[in-house]
Write a protein that binds this ligand. Structure first.
Ligand SMILES: [Zn+2]
Length: 119
């Protein structure tokens, strides 16, 4: 099974694509048929359902809340010393959320994406 943070990253990518596809500017250049947009939304909804199963409804709600607030970069690669969303310094010994095993920025709560070990 995919790691939850990889799924969250995918969800964020889908949200970006769906938002772009619906924007007026994009429609002018690359008009996307309704059926294609519907397909993207169905994929997004299926992924949300799976994430709700894996991480719990609360975490997916949290994702939606953060997405509404920031609209970008809410699943970001960890490894830097600074959160690229709020620019606060990340603690060196970051503890994962005990319920989900996910790492979050302590200041702005965005999800931190850990690179695959050995990759
Ligand atoms: Zn932050």
């Amino acid at each position: 099974m995919k790691k939850p943070e990889v799924m969250l990253l995918e969800l964020q990518e889908l949200e970006v694509i769906i938002r772009d596809a619906r924007s007026q500017d994009y429609q002018k250049i690359f008009p996307l048929p309704d059926s294609a947009l519907k397909q993207l939304q169905e994929r997004r909804d299926a992924l949300c359902k799976e994430l709700e199963r894996v991480l719990g409804v609360d975490t997916v709600d949290e994702f939606r809340r953060l997405w509404k607030r920031y609209g970008k970069g809410i699943v970001i690669p960890a490894g830097g010393e600074i959160c690229t969303n709020c620019f606060n310094v990340l603690p060196t010994a970051l503890e994962p959320d005990p319920r989900t095993g996910l790492y979050r920025c302590p200041s702005c709560s965005v999800f931190l994406y850990m690179a695959e070990e050995g990759a």
